[in-house]
Design a protein around this ligand. Structure first.
Ligand code: AMP
Ligand code: FE
Ligand code: FE
Ligand code: ZN
Length: 270
């Protein structure tokens, strides 16, 4: 079994890199890509562990496509990311820290007792909105993590503050120049029709679609596979495991076993 999409405590997962590798092993995953949001810190720690499963280097970037936040996966299968690419990632992290400062101030201006210190205690180097959500729930401002997004943190909610995110096309180009290949993450979350977007994403050089994902029905997966085929793109797939932050999702098998990722997609990527 393979799983090409997972998160550790270095972004918004709840398992440390070592625990994630252990959990993947127990679940029967033989090849695991670690794709933390905007950081290689989880992969870097996992890659030096002694283990009999194969750990692949990945990253999930938040980009803007037509003004909509769009997740883009980068995979570094044949070469490690270049130092220049890693430097660019550090720049993105600075943008996130700046946003966190403004987000805490905004929530405080709405009368909520949320401090930056609390957020960084939870989120470490990649503290972000999911950690703000945890605090909003713990302090009783929202009943659930989803409620905290709906009430305060979602792009359409009253606490939202913008963050500098790279344009989709720029991020694709940087991943490729940095030695990687780029895959559009969980296309189900696109705000626009994927059929309409395909010519444009092909034009900017997108390598693959994440056809297999825990949020995709069999019908959607089939549709994404067909689109990828039609446009000559590769496909990727993963559970998007986040540990207790998305407790219904399991490594390798997704939601209640709804995921089956063929190993040959990886052979094609390679
Ligand atoms: P950040 O990168 O700090 O802006 O946080 C983005 C993360 O927050 C995403 O990867 C999701 O895990 C989560 N997220 C964003 N919007 C929502 C939403 N409306 N509902 C639930 N989770 C969300
Ligand atoms: Fe996430
Ligand atoms: Fe994502
Ligand atoms: Zn993810």
């Amino acid at each position: 079994m393979i799983d090409l999409h997972s998160h550790t405590t270095e972004s918004d997962g709840t398992l440390s890199p070592a625990d994630l590798v252990g959990a993947a092993r127990s679940a029967g995953v033989k090849i695991l890509a670690i794709t933390d949001h905007d950081t290689f810190a989880g992969y870097d720690q996992a890659s030096v562990l002694q283990t009999d499963i194969e750990i692949l280097c990945g990253i999930e970037l938040s980009t803007k496509l037509h003004g909509f936040s769009t997740h883009l996966l980068g995979y570094f299968l044949s070469a490690a990311p270049t130092p220049k690419f890693r430097d660019w990632i550090i720049e993105l992290q600075e943008g996130r820290r700046d946003r966190n400062v403004r987000l805490a101030a905004k929530l405080q201006s709405l009368g909520l007792d949320v401090t930056l210190e609390e957020v960084y205690t939870k989120g470490k180097s990649m503290a972000g909105r999911p950690h703000f959500a945890q605090i909003l729930v713990e302090k009783g401002y929202s009943k659930t993590l989803q409620g905290a997004f709906d009430d305060y943190l979602d792009e359409s909610a009253k606490g939202y503050v913008d963050r500098k995110e790279p344009q989709f096309a720029d991020a694709v180009a940087r991943i490729q120049a940095g030695g990687g290949m780029a895959s559009l993450a969980h296309p189900i979350r696109l705000k626009e029709s994927i059929d309409a977007l395909m010519p444009e994403v092909l034009d900017v050089g997108l390598d693959a679609l994440e056809a297999y994902h825990s949020d995709h029905s069999p019908e959607l997966t089939a549709r994404y596979l067909e689109l990828a085929d039609q446009y000559g793109m590769k496909v990727t797939g993963g559970s998007d495991f986040h540990g207790a932050n998305k407790p219904e999702i399991e490594l390798g098998t997704g939601r209640a076993g709804n995921l089956r990722i063929p190993k040959d997609i990886l052979d094609r990527l390679r």
